[in-house]
Design a protein around this ligand. Structure first.
Ligand code: ADP
Ligand code: MG
Length: 353
């Protein structure tokens, strides 16, 4: 029989604040005990998705993500339809980051009493739209009540040829560091929404000023996973030596690749792609757009590495920038400014917001 102890466990075991470990330190501490018991587990914790044995040639990919009200989204300005769309994007993006094709998602909700059925109808319209667009089936989930707010969990399942799976740990010295699209737009979209919420908080029938910044709002509220890139890489027969999606911010993702691949990196500041609207709003709000690009996060673009010889083939793909290259671990992780100065690349630590 279990012995039930009705007392505060923290008194018995002491108490370490989670902030002392940070998000990644916490995950390491909790998961370091897990090895693989099953033959079908090819790769467990430590990448965008787990890699499982599906058949001789194919791997199955599985990833789970959570979105928590008040932490990951604010319902005062997040339309439910977009929230549903973004939840699916988050799931698919982790499969894409392994160079895989997402095929199924499950959606689980913990719902507070302030959420109406109509809200959930709209949320599922967004889920259905994103799933249809990406060719993904919604195959299940779970529904529960919540005391404190809405929590959304998405599990995504996908597939890839084993030989085409891109892990975080395969980057080699001299590899080119490539980035799709641009970075910092999602963060500036969030800053714009928060500014309008602050300004219009007590105004009846508020009319927020979003003109000219529609692209930023779309990148934050309704980002599309880059499954098109997985198709392009297949067509061009390119397998990135490493890949990760930009969820926590460009700087953090470069550091993740360096940590997993045990290498260093040189990123050239003037090569980081920043959209015109991102620069414009950053100027208007007195924010350094480079900081938004490096630390903003939630871009759902792809960061990947390829051997140096592939330079031309990568350039031919279009919409991909080569922002730096991989170095030896001893050379460190540095950001090179246009005047040649070197700054240590640093992540912001715990997840933003
Ligand atoms: P991403 O930002 O790509 O979603 P995370 O940083 O959330 O990835 O997670 C990194 C790795 O840690 C992944 O392999 C993930 O499955 C694993 N992980 C995260 N949280 C937990 C947890 N509570 N228990 C077990 N594994 C976890
Ligand atoms: Mg990821």
């Amino acid at each position: 029989m279990y012995e039930i102890i009705m007392e505060d466990m923290t008194k018995v075991k002491g108490r370490t604040e989670i902030s002392e470990l940070g998000e990644f330190g916490l995950i390491d501490r909790l998961t370091s005990r897990f090895g693989a018991q099953c033959k079908s587990t090819i790769f467990g914790v430590g990448d965008d998705a787990a890699v499982l044995n599906a058949s001789e040639k194919e791997a199955m990919l599985v990833s789970t993500d959570m979105m928590v009200e008040g932490i990951d989204f604010d319902l005062t300005y997040f339309p439910p339809k977009h929230l549903g769309y973004k939840a699916v994007t988050k799931g698919i993006s982790d499969i894409v980051a392994m160079n895989g094709v997402a095929e199924q998602v499950t959606i689980s909700l913990a719902i507070s009493s302030k959420i109406s059925v109509e809200f959930l109808d709209d949320f599922y319209d967004g889920v259905a739209f994103a799933a249809q667009e990406a060719g993904v089936d919604v195959v299940g989930g779970d529904t529960s009540a919540s005391v404190t707010g809405l929590t959304i969990s998405v599990t995504a399942i996908g597939r890839a040829e084993k030989e085409r799976v891109s892990y975080r740990n395969g980057a080699m010295e001299h590899d080119l560091i490539c980035l799709t699209g641009n970075v910092g737009a999602s963060y500036m979209g969030l800053r714009l929404l928060e500014r309008e919420k602050r300004v219009l908080g007590d105004v009846p029938n508020p009319e927020p000023k979003f003109a000219g910044y529609e692209y930023l709002l779309e990148k934050y509220l309704k980002p599309r996973a880059r499954y098109d890139i997985v198709e392009s890489l297949l067509e061009e027969d390119i397998v990135p030596t490493s890949m990760i999606d930009i969820s926590d911010g460009l700087a953090s993702e470069v550091l993740q690749i360096c940590k997993s691949s045990q290498c260093g990196a040189r990123i050239y500041l003037e090569r980081i792609p920043i959209a015109k609207q991102t620069n414009e709003l950053a100027d208007e709000m007195n924010i350094n757009s480079v900081v938004a690009a490096l630390n903003g996060g939630e871009d759902y673009e792809l960061l990947f590495t390829v051997p140096l010889e592939m330079r031309e083939r990568i350039m031919n793909l279009g919409c991909i920038d080569i922002i730096g290259h991989i170095t030896s671990a001893e050379q460190g992780k540095v950001l090179v400014t246009p005047d040649g100065a070197e700054i240590a690349l640093e992540a912001q630590g715990f997840k933003k917001q």
